[in-house]
Design a protein around this ligand. Structure first.
Ligand SMILES: C[S@@+](CC[C@H](N)C(=O)[O-])C[C@H]1O[C@@H](n2cnc3c(N)ncnc32)[C@H](O)[C@@H]1O
Length: 366
């Protein structure tokens, strides 16, 4: 399918075409679904991976107004003018937005008050980034690239006043909390985990639940010894504890400390390991200790780890990938090793973008 901005479907967002955020909003819902589905098929074809005998579900598309995090850009263009929004496509010019149809309504509603408070906080002609995350206690807002030491007492008071009026959970400025009403947490499968403004999180609560459901469903029924590689703050680790004992591997220390706090509080059967899995992937003897390996690497995939995994006898490998290119490359290596692809579940968690998330399930051959 060719993409053209002259498509007859009318995009809902008034900023479409200028804002770089939602490149595919001009496609009708059915064309959009076909486009994503074809994109997945083409990626697997490129690696000559047949999907003929694979359980391949139709793509699950998240609803608009469900994204729980936005990284907004701001620019104080004049004395009383602050632009707040996203970059234009292939540009560092900010589109000053009034509407955003992907984020949660409460994040959209914060944009206008944010614009007002930034008039007080941002020096003239300076720029900032604003991380807004929905947590269990409200919104966690972090301004970055604003030097906190140069803020006057009046500016700090304006910031705190804004946080109180908007009922924020926390407001921080370049890593320094200016106001904390409650320590922000996100709940995975009913377990609350501390977050920081730059924590890795899946795009929405729906994504957490959908991914956890697909991964848990692919775990065989008898109690399992499970490795969760690239475990982050436990989006998958915590739901997996209902199905066996889990070993989580991750290189982000802050994420591990937050997850350990939750594990200890609830006496969960999880052991965490601080590990750089690109430099030091799990070895064949280490992998032999597990019945199932779950991995959810960053965009570049997990080449070094996959090369080891392809040679193991682990019964099942479940891979959650956010990049079709690295996903299919790594799938090809597993298939050239001891594994066959059995199941493929796609998730469209970044609505109207080119991204696709996929869960793939591999079983040991024969
Ligand atoms: C796509 S996220 C998945 C996190 C978690 N599974 C989740 O669903 O929230 C990838 C994770 O891999 C971690 N990571 C990135 N590079 C890594 C490496 N070389 N070794 C170990 N962990 C790494 C990141 O810190 C991040 O938590």
């Amino acid at each position: 399918m060719t993409l053209s901005l002259a498509s007859s479907y009318s995009p809902p967002c008034p900023h479409f075409g200028l804002c770089g955020g939602c490149a595919l909003q001009h496609l009708s819902p059915s064309d959009y679904r076909d486009y994503k589905q074809q994109k997945i098929l083409r990626s697997f074809e490129r690696q000559k991976i047949s999907l003929d005998h694979v359980l391949f579900d139709p793509i699950e598309i998240v609803l608009p107004q469900t994204r729980r995090r936005a990284v907004l850009k701001a620019h104080r263009a004049a004395q009383s003018v602050v632009d707040v929004g996203f970059y234009q496509r292939e540009s560092h010019k900010i589109v000053d937005i009034q509407r955003c149809f992907v984020v949660l309504p409460e994040i959209e509603q914060l944009i206008s008050p944010l614009r007002q408070v930034l008039i007080a906080l941002l020096p003239l002609r300076s720029k900032a980034e604003i991380f807004v995350t929905k947590c269990e206690q409200g919104l966690d807002v972090a301004l970055k690239r604003v030097e906190p030491s140069i803020l006057t007492l009046e500016q700090r008071e304006a910031g705190a006043q804004f946080a109180i009026e908007q009922k924020l959970a926390r407001l921080s400025i370049d890593g320094e909390p200016l106001y904390i009403a409650a320590s922000p947490t996100v709940s995975f499968s009913g377990f609350s985990v501390d977050i920081t403004p730059d924590s890795f999180l899946q795009a929405s609560f729906t994504s957490d639940e959908w991914l956890a459901k697909k991964v848990c469903h692919a775990i065989p029924p008898e109690p399992q010894k499970i490795a969760d590689l690239f475990c982050g703050r436990g989006t998958l680790t915590l739901p997996l504890t209902k199905l066996g004992t889990v070993h989580g591997y991750e290189m982000d220390q802050k994420a591990l400390i937050a997850l350990q706090k939750t594990i200890t509080k609830h006496h969960l059967p999880v052991t965490l390991h601080h590990r750089h899995l690109f430099k030091e992937p799990l070895t064949l003897p280490e992998l032999a200790l597990f019945d199932v390996v779950v991995l959810n690497p960053p965009r570049e995939g997990a080449l070094a780890q996959i090369k080891h995994l392809a040679q193991t006898q682990v019964k099942r490998i479940i891979m959650v990938s956010c990049n079709l290119q690295s996903c299919t490359r790594d799938a090809r290596i597993l298939i050239d090793g001891h594994y066959e692809l059995k199941e493929l579940y796609p998730l469209d968690q970044f609505l109207w973008s080119e991204h696709v998330e996929v869960v793939t399930v591999f079983d040991l051959k024969g």
